[in-house]
Design a protein around this ligand. Structure first.
Ligand SMILES: Nc1ncnc2c1ncn2[C@@H]1O[C@H](COP(=O)(O)OP(=O)(O)OP(=O)(O)O)[C@@H](O)[C@H]1O
Length: 345
């Protein structure tokens, strides 16, 4: 009871610890932190230290001198470097403390990929405790995404969410506050960027960095042939001449470049629908499936999925923040109905 009372007076944080971005949501305040999941490490006289975290570190990606490396500690939706992830989480939690009047030892809910291992989940819990959290709960990303998108997860009817992040696409069918089916494929925004880098190298004999590929994707990328042909001027290093060269890319070339990762997402969605229990499948057919995550912003991805699945497809409002907001709402629901409601070990 004491714990419960104390909980009522402290601030709860919901953290979307993503491959591409980390977001922190606080009840009544909204999103208080939204930064890239990037850490720059400086190596000096054999000792390593953190040079920059988040936005500052992302600017350094691909532009660092020899003694600094900018890394993304979460890759393909899993923790690639536990130690650096912990440092990053600590930095972000402290930053939130500095900028807002939040109790020093908050309760923290971290959203984790559905296919994360026990070892990864334990490491995330320990990182958050090490960063000053009083209690740490974990929730599956897809559940948080569905709640954040406003789906009626508590009803006895099927809701389907497809969360397309940087490293993974998480697909879940939810009913009565539980996940009936979930799958995670290691395809997301990063694979789109890699596909653009490969396309440019193959067709233009030029090398572009991942940041340029991401910009191309966001400005002219599309998942379905549209009426409008968009163009972008880019500069890359010509591999034969070794010097920078400018060239123009158009949206139909990017559509061609993205075919492989797009088809992997389409087949994961189809396979989820095939494996869904018939009653829930009919609910989904009626209500449609909802897209969340930054990948949902790829132009006409909803049209591609609608064409391939034959179902209505809706892009959630503010898809980039759905998971963090949903985590916050889940904490409120868990406060009322018990913390075993959504949390996973
Ligand atoms: N307008 C846009 N068009 C296409 N892609 C976009 C757009 N805006 C953001 N993205 C992509 O969304 C991805 C980041 O999405 P998000 O923040 O949801 O991922 P994440 O939660 O960090 O990753 P994960 O869920 O895999 O851990 C990046 O690959 C980014 O390039």
């Amino acid at each position: 009871m004491f714990k419960r009372l104390r909980g009522m007076f402290s601030t709860d944080l919901s953290i979307d610890l993503g491959t591409a971005n980390t977001l922190i949501y606080v009840k009544d305040r909204g999103i208080v932190l939204d930064e890239p999941s990037v850490v720059a490490i400086r190596q000096q006289n054999g000792a390593k230290s953190v040079a920059a975290v988040g936005m500052d570190a992302k600017r350094m990606l691909g532009r660092t001198p020899g003694n600094i490396t900018a890394i993304r500690p979460l890759k393909d939706g899993v923790i690639a470097d536990f130690h650096v992830t912990e440092k990053m989480l600590q930095h972000f939690i402290h930053k939130v403390h500095e900028n807002s009047f939040i109790t020093p030892s908050p309760r923290v809910l971290v959203c984790v990929p559905c296919k994360s291992t026990q070892v990864e989940r334990k490491a995330i819990k320990e990182s958050a405790l090490g960063a000053g959290a009083r209690e740490v709960y974990l929730i599956e990303e897809a559940m948080a995404a569905a709640i954040g998108a406003g789906l009626p997860v508590e009803e006895a009817s099927g809701s389907m969410v497809v969360d397309i992040g940087g490293g993974t696409t998480e697909i879940a069918i939810i009913s009565l506050n539980g996940i009936v089916y979930s799958d995670s494929v290691r395809v997301g925004g990063d694979k789109f960027d890699e596909a653009i880098v490969t396309y440019v190298r193959r067709n233009y004999g030029s090398l572009i960095g991942e940041a340029t590929a991401e910009r191309i994707k966001q400005e002219i990328g599309c998942a379905f042939p549209g009426k409008e042909l968009l163009e972008i001027d880019v500069r890359g290093r010509n591999l034969a001449e070794g010097v920078p060269r400018s060239f123009t890319l158009n949206s139909s070339e990017i559509l061609e470049a993205l075919q492989e990762p797009l088809s992997q997402i389409v087949s994961a969605v189809k396979s989820a629908l095939e494996q869904s229990p018939p009653e829930l499948a009919s609910d989904i057919a009626e209500r449609g499936l909802v897209l969340t995550g930054g990948g949902a912003l790829l132009r006409d991805l909803d049209m591609l999925l609608a064409e391939e699945s034959g179902l209505p497809v809706i892009v959630a409002e503010d898809p980039l923040t759905c998971v963090a907001r949903g985590g916050g709402k889940a904490m409120e629901m868990m406060d009322k109905s018990g913390f075993d409601m959504f949390s996973v070990d």
